[in-house]
Design a protein around this ligand. Sequence first.
Ligand SMILES: NC(=O)c1ccc[n+]([C@@H]2O[C@H](COP(=O)([O-])OP(=O)(O)OC[C@H]3O[C@@H](n4cnc5c(N)ncnc54)[C@H](O)[C@@H]3O)[C@@H](O)[C@H]2O)c1
Length: 265
Amino acid sequence: MSEIKDIGLYESGERKIQWVKANMPLLRALEEEFSADKPFKGLKVALSVHLEAKTAYLCRVLAAGGANMYITGSNPLSTQDDVAAALVKGGLNVFAKHGASAEEYHAHIEKVLECGPNVIIDDGGDLVNTIHNEYPDLTSGVIGGCEETTTGIIRLKAMENDGKLRFPMVAVNNAKCKYLFDNRYGTGQSVWNGINRTTNLIVAGKTAVVAGYGGGGEGVGTPGAALGGKGMVSGKGQKKGMEGGRGGGVPNRLGVGGGGRGVFI
Ligand SMILES: NC(=O)c1ccc[n+]([C@@H]2O[C@H](COP(=O)([O-])OP(=O)(O)OC[C@H]3O[C@@H](n4cnc5c(N)ncnc54)[C@H](O)[C@@H]3O)[C@@H](O)[C@H]2O)c1
């Protein structure tokens, strides 16, 4: 059972998944191991991620390990309909559409949780929050899970401090390699990729204001400077602002400066 835009889109989605597979040796090795050992046999896995080719291949690897996958996209704007179609064509359950409304997005989260998951893989905290708020009876079936991003971990910590979190969660974002390659380099690359495709304008000479100079902000600032942009960063506290200044930007407070034409990130 699935809810996607159009199953007929699967061929281009399949090509994208095969391409990333050819470039993801660690997941390929895990696929081989999981296919033989079936460590997730009989487990239902609810998963909410940016649904594109690389994460789709992760879904396939977990399924190869015996998991019954129930998949949604953590942000309707990053969901790729052709990739979702390829997953459904391969027999996985997907509830996600590019550009879904807020109501559709929430309904997809609910559909995924209604499987009664044993494991939750979350990006941003919506699966974990919704299961606690709307399906508290299902939390007893959850062995545990993992959370991908900074914001989701902030939400989890708040739940834990209030004594509300009912199962253990691994904070993937705290892994130094994840933080370096995803938050810093991955976000830096994809943010500028998106801006360049959308605006079709040259960056050199423009002012780019980056709000928040943590891992993501630093990753965005560095390629922006390499493209010739004049950087301004806004960090919480003087130190972060100064670090941004050293990276080629101008220490600044959000809302001050950046006048004229530029980019706000
Ligand atoms: N879409 C993705 O693929 C993806 C990947 C990684 C991170 N993220 C998201 O990007 C965001 C940043 O993540 P990060 O890992 O860089 O976090 P981080 O904690 O490393 O950095 C956040 C920075 O923002 C600053 N900050 C906080 N409040 C501020 C305010 N009011 N004004 C100015 N600065 C402020 C903090 O001082 C800190 O330096 C999070 O929401 C995270 O979930 C998205």
